[in-house]
Design a protein around this ligand. Structure first.
Ligand SMILES: *Cc1c(COP(=O)(O)O)cnc(C)c1O
Length: 384
């Protein structure tokens, strides 16, 4: 039995459902952020992130800073680019527009390479763009949460290293870390940013970043200081290195309770092979996508190779809008999200299937959600 009050299952693409133990970790009594017990927990959480991102290179550097996923964009823009630099942003939905906007805030010139809704820029198009000018870095959204489009990171990174070896490869993995395979070392990635509340299954409030040795070198060789104070790696790098070495140090007070929750969720995630975890997500995703197809509905991501495994963005039947179906689903005990992509927001809903909702065999909310969608659409369809 769960210790949580009964509630509709939260099946949006983050925040996701929490495990009881993760929530209980947050009710830890107040403790000093520089006391030995907390320093040990923070240090272990940082080391566990190396495993989650599949990096064994000691030069890789994890960061855990209070904030949401958005702070990861600021960290990249403020620390890895300088005013006037050119960066290339691959667009697969809403989140690329925001990342580009973040770069512009720091005076960095962001060029977006766009694809039709539901698709992604193709490798040859990216290659042609990289040959036009020197881009300091390229960003790709691993899973764009507004469209459910999955990007292929391995082949992209290989191509960038070949065509433009100085360009850093930056992955927005806010909606993918924990549910999609990411091999930081093997794929030659320079930065992955994520957040606590999506597939990692921890309450919102932590910005999580992994940076390569090459990215840290790029930061160290800046000509101008970072354009942010709170987000500056000059401030955070020694803190993260000290915590991981189990040494107390202070820049800005971390949240001991959130870090304890992260420690618990990472311990759970890493208690079994990551490949099993990714397989669970693929299996649940296939089940959802088959049910969607059986209902005669289409996904935004039409091509199977573009489809994320932790969420599904589903076009509603012609004429039906999210406010007409979401309350019906809520009454049946499941919460989906409405559309987010500006141009088509009123035409689709988003079904998140990540974390304990798919990995905990005692939970049945994915099946309940599929059933709710079936009966809900039939009911709403009859009324109109
Ligand atoms: C959710 C999300 C973000 C933003 O994260 P916040 O925690 O809401 O600040 C960025 N990128 C992607 C792909 C996301 O899904």
């Amino acid at each position: 039995m769960s210790t949580q009050a009964p509630h509709p299952a939260l099946l949006i693409p983050g925040p996701i459902e929490f495990d009881d133990q993760v929530l209980q970790a947050m009710s830890h009594y107040s403790e000093s952020h520089v006391g030995a017990p907390f320093v040990a927990v923070f240090g272990e959480a940082l080391s566990m992130l190396r495993e989650l991102f599949q990096t064994t290179n000691p030069a890789s550097q994890p960061f855990v800073i209070s904030g949401s996923g958005t702070l990861g964009w600021d960290q990249v823009a403020a620390n890895l680019a300088e005013r006037g630099d050119e960066v290339l942003v691959l667009h697969t939905g809403y989140f690329a527009d925001s990342f580009a906007d973040c770069f512009e805030t720091y005076g960095v010139k962001a060029t977006q390479l766009k694809a039709p809704i539901g698709d992604r820029p193709q490798l040859d198009e990216v290659e042609a763009e990289l040959k036009k000018k020197h881009y300091k870095l390229i960003t790709v959204t691993h899973v764009d949460t507004s469209t459910g489009v999955l990007s292929e990171i391995k082949a992209l990174s290989e191509m960038v290293h070949k065509v433009s070896p100085e360009t850093l490869v930056v992955v927005d993995g806010v909606c993918s870390v924990g549910c999609e395979e990411i091999r930081f070392d093997d794929w030659g990635i320079d930065v992955v940013i994520t957040a606590s509340q999506k597939a990692i299954g921890c309450p919102a409030g932590l910005s999580i970043v992994m940076a390569s040795g090459r990215a840290i070198e790029r930061f160290r060789s800046r000509k101008t200081p970072p354009g942010s104070y709170f987000g500056s790696w000059k401030n955070w790098l020694p803190i993260m290195q000290n915590y991981e070495a189990k040494k107390a140090s202070y820049f800005a007070t971390p949240s001991p309770q959130l870090v304890r929750a992260l420690h618990t969720s990472l311990t759970q995630i890493l208690s079994r092979p990551l490949s099993d975890r990714f397989a669970d997500h693929r299996r649940a995703s296939q089940k959802v996508k088959k049910a969607v197809a059986d209902l005669g509905l289409k996904q935004l991501a039409a091509k199977p190779e573009n489809q994320a495994n932790g969420m599904t963005a589903i076009y509603l039947p012609e004429g039906l809008t999210p406010p007409e179906i979401l309350p019906n689903l809520m009454k049946k005990g499941v919460i989906f999200a409405g559309g987010l992509h500006k141009e088509i927001a009123t035409k689709y809903v988003r079904f998140g299937h990540m974390g304990v909702s798919v990995t905990d065999p005692k939970r049945d909310e994915i099946d309940r959600a599929i059933e709710a969608l079936k009966t809900g659409l039939a009911e709403v369809g009859q009324k109109s």
